[in-house]
Design a protein around this ligand. Structure first.
Ligand SMILES: *[C@@H]1O[C@H](CO)[C@@H](O)[C@H](O)[C@H]1NC(C)=O
Ligand SMILES: *[C@@H]1O[C@H](CO)[C@@H](O)[C@H](O)[C@H]1NC(C)=O
Ligand SMILES: *[C@@H]1O[C@H](CO)[C@@H](O)[C@H](O)[C@H]1NC(C)=O
Length: 184
């Protein structure tokens, strides 16, 4: 909100011709998981406890307005949780033997783990949001009734999770993004 106000204030001083550029940013979006006929069809992606989840009763984030889903933005192939101010929260994946396809996020100055990768996110009009061409899987049995999200193509049972199901992450643009600080 603050960011938008600043842009509006700045644009007031310039000509109408500059408006399209102003409208282009920031490109924030939500994500929904798509797997027809599954329990995670059309579920809004949530961020909690340094993980990405769907179907949690509450993500318990501190937000500027009421919401139970996360808002994202991509910068230089990095996927960030959107915040109107202050603390950045950056999504990582870990494809090592230890990480097994873990998808999580670090907060502020929290250091990245040895095998954490942050660059490689892209929107594909067919396959949705992917990391280095890979989509995600959702695994049941996480906290609060939630399913946790993992990178596909690393192992069938990431961290021992069973019955994981492949999902497409569909991008849903948000014109009025809600900034949050998500739990660590
Ligand atoms: C949200 O908070 C409730 C109440 O403290 C807790 O039971 C639940 O596990 C939390 N959910 C997540 C996803 O952290
Ligand atoms: C989208 O994904 C498909 C299937 O993996 C791939 O063939 C195509 O090149 C991708 N498109 C872009 C723009 O990355
Ligand atoms: C996985 O599926 C099997 C067979 O349907 C079931 O017995 C088991 O409880 C499921 N495990 C989880 C974690 O959902």
């Amino acid at each position: 909100m603050l960011f938008q106000s600043a842009i509006l204030a700045a644009s007031a001083a310039v000509s109408v011709a500059a408006l399209p550029t102003v409208l282009a940013a920031p490109e924030t979006f939500g994500l929904i998981t798509i797997h027809s006929g599954s329990a995670v069809q059309n579920s809004g992606v949530q961020a909690a406890r340094s993980s990405l989840l769907v179907n949690a009763k509450s993500q318990n984030a501190s937000c500027d307005a009421e919401t139970n889903t996360a808002t994202f933005v991509i910068k230089d192939q990095e996927l960030l949780l959107y915040a109107a101010s202050a603390t950045p929260q950056t999504i990582f994946v870990d494809r090592s033997g230890m990480g097994q396809g873990q998808v999580g996020y670090v907060t502020g100055a929290e250091p990245l783990g040895k095998n954490f990768e942050t660059k490689g996110w892209a929107q594909n009009s067919t396959t949705g949001l992917v990391f280095d061409g890979h989509s995600l899987v959702a695994c049941p049995g996480s906290i609060d009734g939630a399913w946790s999200l993992w990178l596909s193509g690393v192992t069938a049972n990431p961290a021992g999770n069973q019955n994981c199901t492949g999902v497409k992450l569909q991008v849903v643009p948000t014109s009025q993004p809600i900034g949050c600080l998500y739990t660590q």
